[in-house]
Design a protein around this ligand. Structure first.
Ligand code: ADP
Ligand code: MG
Length: 375
């Protein structure tokens, strides 16, 4: 086991690294974060900040030499950097990395990801890789969504089409190629979206939260309701799907797995090989948070047998109307201790940028209705 005050490493230094840092520092660890950014949210929470490019392998090596184990806060890491880290990890303890590079490479490419899901028996939406531009999509169902295969998040790099002519026009001016492929997905008419936060230790011990219900606005997660008020069969299917994915990847660490649900049918959408925005309810609606789970896996501490949860609503706070949102958060908090504010200390508030979130540990029927207006 890695004991405090040993140093733990995170690749990336945004809000997820920050919330990991807060957990780790509370338990007496030192955290080192690596990214091209300066004065990052993680650094402001007390992490030692390494500013360097993901292709500067000599700087990366010095960073890796400093830490006892390494995890990640985002998946869009250049493949050459991942290869370097995988090779480097062979010189260290076999539990140095959590998760393994294989899992990150699958998660960072929407085509690999869907192929992998299908290969282990998890259903996905119908899809077609668009790589050469010569693919025949004349019979593909409409409406559909075209997505870049890599580097997409919060709905970025996605376009919806209602007919094949529009799609053809789009691809004429934005041609697909091996370097910039797309995936075409049939639009899935879901009733609702859920996600599961899953953790697995190096020894294969699992810790799985009940599903949470997710509400999106402009393709960005807006609110999460935990636990999701859903039928038992969907609940069980979501949990067994997450477990199957974790075992199939020989996963160590935390991931968030997203689903679309229509009636009795559940399809997997995507997974993120790290703590997930839709899992922030774990900070106040559970004795153990997704970041503490990530910390335990990185240090070799066992995952708990027992845990208690309570209902929690999580609302994202974006940079669009930041001053008003903050005022409202403070007003709600001044009246009721069930509101818990988490801000990321980002330098600048921009439209669509995630600045923080507000958790409410109570039933949806009890929350102040103005909570829903936070943007
Ligand atoms: P991101 O990486 O941006 O989160 P997602 O694939 O999860 O990408 O898409 C963001 C959101 O867009 C989803 O949560 C869902 O609301 C909607 N969406 C994406 N793909 C589909 C689809 N095939 N059918 C219906 N809605 C979709
Ligand atoms: Mg998503």
């Amino acid at each position: 086991m890695i004991l405090p005050p040993h140093s733990l490493g995170i690749l990336g230094s945004g809000q997820l690294g920050r919330m990991f840092t807060l957990e780790a520092i509370q338990m007496g660890y030192t955290v080192h974060v690596y990214s091209p950014d300066k004065n990052s949210p993680s650094c402001k929470a007390g992490a030692v900040e390494w500013t360097g490019s993901y292709s500067d392998f000599s700087s990366l090596k010095r960073f890796l030499d400093t830490v006892s184990s390494l995890s990640f806060e985002f998946e869009n890491i250049p493949p050459a950097c991942l290869d370097f880290i995988e090779e480097y990890a062979k010189s260290r303890d076999e539990k140095f990395l959590a998760p393994n590079v294989h899992s990150i490479k699958i998660a960072q490419d929407r085509i690999f990801e869907k192929e992998f899901f299908n290969s282990i028996g998890l259903n996905t939406v119908l899809y077609l890789p668009i790589i050469t531009g010569n693919e025949d999509f004349s019979k593909f169902p409409m409406p559909s969504i075209l997505k870049t295969t890599r580097f997409g998040y919060d709905g970025k790099g996605q376009w919806k089409f209602t007919n094949a002519i529009e799609l053809k026009e789009f691809l004429k001016s934005n041609p697909a190629s091996k370097e910039s492929p797309y995936i075409l997905e049939a639009f899935y008419p879901f009733d609702y979206e859920i996600s599961v936060i899953y953790a697995r230790s190096h020894e294969g011990k699992e810790f799985i939260f009940p599903p949470a219900l997710n509400y999106h606005r402009n393709s960005i997660l807006d609110m999460t309701e935990f636990p999701a008020p859903i039928p038992e069969n969907i609940h069980n299917l979501a949990i067994s799907s997450a477990s199957l994915l974790g075992k199939s990847l020989k996963y160590a660490g935390v991931f968030g797995l997203e689903f679309f649900v229509a009636g009795d049918e559940l399809v997997v959408n995507e997974f993120a090989p790290r703590p997930h925005n839709s899992g922030h309810y774990t900070q106040d609606g559970s004795d153990i948070s997704q970041f503490e789970l990530q910390l335990r896996i990185l240090t070799g501490m066992d995952l708990p047998e027992q845990n208690s949860i309570k209902p929690c609503l999580m609302k994202n706070i974006l940079g669009d109307d930041y001053a008003n949102s903050l005022n409202l958060c403070l007003e709600l908090m001044s009246k009721d201790s069930r509101y818990h504010l988490h801000l990321y200390q980002k330098d600048e508030a921009k439209p669509g940028r995630k600045m923080g979130h507000l958790n409410f540990t109570g039933q949806k029927s009890e929350v102040d209705k103005r909570f829903f207006n936070l943007t």
